[in-house]
Structures are given as C-alpha cells and as structure tokens.
Write a protein that binds this ligand. Structure first.
Ligand code: SF4
Length: 106
C-alpha cells in the first residue's frame, strides 16, 4: 500500500479511513484481529516489531474489556470474523498464485 508521511495514503487524520468499510483491504477490516493458519485469532495489542517505542497504540485494544467487547467495538462477531478470515485466506492464496505466474496485484 502507498505510504504518505508515514501513514497509509488513504488515512485522513481528521476522519480516519477514506474508504467505506466494505471497500477496505481485508486485513484492514480484520484489524485489530489477526487470524493464524491453525484457526486461532490473536489481537494485535501493541506496536509492531521494530516500531518506535512511542508509536501510538490502539486505544480500543487498550481499553476493551475482553476480546468479545473488542470485537463488538469494531462491529465484528464470530460469524463476521470467520467470513473475513476466509476472505483473507483466499486473497493470500490468490496473491501467491499471481506472484507465481509473474502477475502483479489485481
Ligand atoms: S483502514 Fe486500511 S486502507 Fe484505510 S487508512 Fe487504514 S490502512 Fe489505509
């Protein structure tokens, strides 16, 4: 994704993401949840590896009272997390197929 001034080019500091929810990349729609191949889902709780120590943290993650409350704060439930996880898996597999054929992103 294109980065401008250290942030996603689609990020507006005043209003957040410029894209409607359903048009955002699947990984963005899953944030702050990260699915793993074994079927588990973890929560991205802090700055990414290698980030500056004062990098902003996600306040929703810091302030949520449990994983279910966090999911609800993002408008997600078990069904939507499963659906987005399946979409992410499909898009990773599609990317691998396109890369193997020498094609770029769609
Ligand atoms: S949600 Fe995704 S597409 Fe939107 S501003 Fe954040 S990183 Fe960019």
């Amino acid at each position: 994704m294109k980065v401008v001034s250290g942030a996603c080019a689609l990020f507006d500091p005043e209003s957040g993401c410029r894209l409607p929810f359903d048009a955002r990349p699947v990984a963005c729609r899953l944030y702050p949840f990260e699915p793993w191949p074994d079927g588990t889902v973890s929560v991205l709780a802090g700055p990414s590896a290698g980030a500056e120590p004062d990098e902003p943290r996600c306040l929703a993650v810091d302030e949520a009272d449990g994983v279910e409350a966090l999911a609800a704060a993002f408008g997600l439930d078990d069904a939507s997390l499963s659906r987005l996880t399946a979409l992410l898996r499909e898009s990773v597999q599609d990317h691998a197929r396109r890369t193997a054929r020498g094609l770029g992103a769609p």
